[in-house]
Design a protein around this ligand. Sequence first.
Ligand code: DGT
Ligand code: MG
Length: 383
Amino acid sequence: EPTNERVKANWRLRYACKRASPLVCKNQPLLVELGVLYRARELEGLEVNALGYERAIAVIKSYPNLIAHENFETDIVHLPFLGEKMLFKIREYLTTGRIQESETTRASQRFQSLSAFSSVYGVGPATARKLYDDGLRTIDDMKRYYDVQEDTEVPQLGANSVTNDLIRKDQIPNLSTKVGLALYEDLETPIPRSEVEQIHDLVMQEARYLMPECISTVVGGYRRGKPYCNDVDIVIGCPNIQSGGNQVKALGEKLIKRLYDRGVLCLSGFHAQDSVRGAHLNLLEKAMTIFALPKNAVHQRVHRRLDLIFAAPETYWTAIIGWTGSKMFERDLRLWAKVEMGMKFDSSGLTRRYDSKLFMPSSERHVFEILGLDWIDPTMRNA
Ligand code: DGT
Ligand code: MG
């Protein structure tokens, strides 16, 4: 059943997890302009300022009508998170069809360079700024700086497992930057839905060989309906897995090994989940990998970032919600759970705060129910 009428009428509310947010909204061109301003602040490390823009963008995404002079005073000035400065920019767009600051920003060398640097796998805004301050301007500058040439050896697909058994944790960032640069063109190429599906099919074919009863959901932007994705995110669950001990991780490691043996992985590392604490210990494991479909596939040999999330039964549904996104939807879901419900929500589980009791939801809908939220279809979670 699709997102209900009540949620569709919720565009005035502050929590993104209570609003319907389509992938593309009526005011998309305005959001593209505001998106530049958001990105510029994020790249400059102005986090509070960036969040303000991110929230404003999310609020406008839920507004069901085209913003016009007729509804500006009646609706827009009353939307949450739109302060004077934001309203000024929207008004500027409304009257001139453009936002001056967005155009200046887009044209600036600094913005272009920082955007390019931070589009490399493993590079965040702080590193990007440092590179710019060191005089670098382009991806080619960056390739020289990191000593990545045309013939730089990228780990070969399937050649040898590069897992955290072999690489020290502190070497991973540098290694991933080098790999990110060596594979820059591949990793920049958007992934069409049909290729996401092929990758999912292949991964699950191998997973079911190890555990016939395991289940999976493709999450991330794919699940929110994006026609092209930047990476592939898959949550894999196993109804019969024991939550104690290391069974979740063991399944993950075995699957990674099989994928190497099939020649479709060239890099992987396991990451401890963000909330590895108390009740959630060993319930969720995440492997970040670089994957390419085999030679005979329709879409072939383009390196793709593939994140595999392995979940014990207790956390399967919260992991799915936590990894479907969007980031703003997730942020407000955590906030709602904490402030309004006295609960703690994250990908690895849903707990009551006063006694840390872990809930065991039986479906994604059940998680929404426990949180006292109306159901929102994944395609309407693009806050
Ligand atoms: P894209 O760029 O096409 O891959 O778009 P998304 O929305 O798939 O973005 P992505 O893959 O970075 O993340 C998917 C969702 O998963 C995102 O909305 C938030 C969540 N997520 C990403 N990284 C982490 C993480 O390290 N821990 C947790 N708990 N959630 C994460
Ligand atoms: Mg993704």
